[in-house]
Design a protein around this ligand. Structure first.
Ligand code: A2P
Length: 268
């Protein structure tokens, strides 16, 4: 019996997809990304999330995971934290190529184009693994059909945690097919709030003092032309939301498009 058996120890529950891990990349002690096969029938909109679990119990634990890959990708990608005693991530962080991952069948979420009114610039504000849904959005051609400029921001505590985002933006811009629709429309702003030169640079601070717009040489937030999506910790969602609302932005939903949207599914 091999120590690491790819065979699920428990039967696959009815009504869920059982997919195979194709790639695992560890970024730091607390962050990793993985890719799984994509069921042929599975459709989703960029920015949506699904419930992910492992076949390691009779009643598997599921957690909401944003799909980080674009809709045209043959596989599905996810970006995850590792929690030492997290009911799912303590096991998920150990997955290897060939292992089985469970996925519920219905994707959902609010970080989608359908929930935003048309606009000129799209701001994607994230902290930590909150960048995951935007990894999908920035690789979706529709994003560049709908917007003239896309500004992705990620804030993490340390510099090393920004590696996934940096690599994502670099490879997307360098990709022959993606670069055609991305052109020079995509701007990435990364800051580490407890590390190096960007110490203290929370996105909320940079919006308030205007440094974000100065550094990127772009106009300040304007609800007439700008749309925004926010994904991060509960505290970050609240504070960023308040800043946007103070500037005249209104929250949207799938059935009522607005000028900004927030994903609250990951808050535990
Ligand atoms: P900071 O280092 O100043 O707390 P966390 O790991 O706590 O979720 O934090 C991830 C990133 O989000 C950190 O860079 C953190 O900055 C930042 N952050 C935490 N709370 C807020 C908030 N209320 N508004 C903006 N950024 C925040």
């Amino acid at each position: 019996q091999p120590e690491h058996s790819p065979e699920p120890a428990f039967p696959i529950p009815a009504g869920v997809f059982a997919e195979t891990v194709t790639k695992v990349t560890h970024y730091t002690d607390s962050l990793f990304a993985f890719r799984i096969t994509r069921p042929q029938s599975f459709r989703f909109r960029s920015g949506e999330f699904v419930m992910i679990g492992l076949p390691n119990a009779a009643k598997p634990v599921y957690r909401a995971y944003s799909i980080a890959s674009p809709a045209w990708d043959e596989e599905l990608e996810f970006f995850s934290i590792k929690v030492a005693n997290g009911p799912l991530t303590e096991h998920l962080q150990k997955i290897q190529v060939g292992d089985t991952v469970l996925m519920r069948k219905k994707p959902t979420g609010t970080l989608v184009h359908d929930a935003l009114k048309p606009g000129k610039r799209l701001f994607l504000f994230s902290t930590g693994t909150g960048i995951a849904p935007f990894a999908s959005v920035i690789r979706d051609p529709e994003t560049y059909e709908k917007f003239d400029q896309v500004i992705l921001t990620q804030t993490c505590r340390g510099n090393a945690e920004l590696a996934y985002g940096r690599e994502l933006v670099e490879t997307s811009k360098a990709d022959e097919l993606m670069s055609e629709f991305i052109g020079d429309k995509l701007i990435f702003h990364a800051s580490a709030t407890r590390d190096g030169e960007t110490r203290g640079h929370r996105i909320t601070t940079l919006i308030e003092n205007g440094k974000l717009f100065e550094d990127l040489a772009i106009a300040p937030l304007n609800p007439e032309t700008d749309r925004a999506m926010i994904c991060g910790s509960m505290a970050m969602l609240k504070d960023t939301e308040a800043l946007l609302e103070a500037r005249g932005f209104e929250e949207g939903a799938n059935n009522k498009p607005g000028t900004f949207v927030v994903e609250r599914a990951f808050v535990d």
